[in-house]
Design a protein around this ligand. Structure first.
Ligand code: PEP
Length: 263
């Protein structure tokens, strides 16, 4: 269902009216984790002022350590909904458990499935039945074929509003948090009609890499990027070192706006 053989034209997925697909370079930005109403609104206003059209923010956080901040759960979803009300930005937020899909879908404009759940088939199927667009991150140890098969689990349940997100994979290299597999973008676009975006924040894991990796995403023809921003990254409860501050985000947004794909 997600292959180019099934559907030759590339698909445009609309999230609360915002298109992601061929001809777009959609900027999705916001905090890694929703922490407080002030922090979320602050991040959203930074994102919107820079030109982002969708707001990201995690209320359910899949953390490596059980002692790390796990997210605010439904209270975080309520904050996101309030910030959407205030800014008009549709929201993208992660769901980590099949049992939470209905709850998260009642707030979200797009469900995010993270790298750690990239082959959680029950979750993929539940997301496929949610009636909401799904952003599917590539598993950190997943091949492109496994990623597309994960998308197939969503599509099989009648939902073809799927956006693929390359977020870096595990390799022997440890100078970066993950290795951004930039070649996955054109390969996935060749094999599938679905839009493909890039997450330069989680791939590099470091603020100084976000702009160069975004340049690479634009150059290679990605359909969008998803970026972590925080009004005060030094106090962030999750992934502060990779969050952009206002000036950096504006520079990045200008690049996204002004740099056409190199063809
Ligand atoms: C995120 O985007 O908040 C996230 C946890 O990403 P990933 O699943 O790519 O690690």
């Amino acid at each position: 269902l997600v292959s180019r053989e099934h559907h030759r034209e590339r698909t445009v997925v609309r999230v609360g009216g915002v298109p992601i697909g061929p001809g777009t370079m959609t900027l999705i930005a916001g905090p890694c984790a929703v922490e407080t109403p002030e922090q979320t609104l602050g991040a959203a206003q930074m994102a919107q002022a820079a030109g982002a059209t969708l707001l990201r923010g995690g209320a359910f956080k899949p953390r490596t350590s059980p002692y790390a901040f796990q997210g605010l759960g439904e209270a975080g979803l309520r904050i996101l909904a309030d910030v959407r009300e205030e800014t008009g930005m549709p929201i993208v937020t992660e769901v980590v458990d099949a049992g939470d899909v209905e709850l998260v879908a009642s707030y979200a404009d797009m469900l995010q499935i993270g790298t750690r759940n990239a082959q959680n088939f029950a979750l993929l199927q539940a997301a496929g039945e949610s009636g909401k667009p799904v952003m599917l991150k590539r598993g950190m140890n997943g091949t492109i074929e496994e990623w597309l098969m994960a998308a197939e689990y969503v599509a099989q349940r009648g939902n073809l509003d799927i956006v693929l997100c390359e977020r870096g994979i595990r390799t022997f290299e440890n100078a970066t948090r993950n290795t951004l597999d930039i070649s996955a973008v054109p390969v996935a676009q060749r094999l599938s009609h679905l839009p493909v975006i890039v997450d330069p924040s989680h791939s590099g894991g470091s603020r100084d890499l976000v702009l160069p990796l975004t340049r690479a995403a634009v150059a290679v023809g990605a359909d969008g990027v998803i970026i972590d921003v925080h009004p005060h990254p030094e106090t962030a409860l999750c992934d502060g070192p990779q969050a952009l501050v206002d000036g950096d985000l504006r520079e990045l947004a200008k690049l996204v706006r002004d740099l056409p794909p190199i063809v």
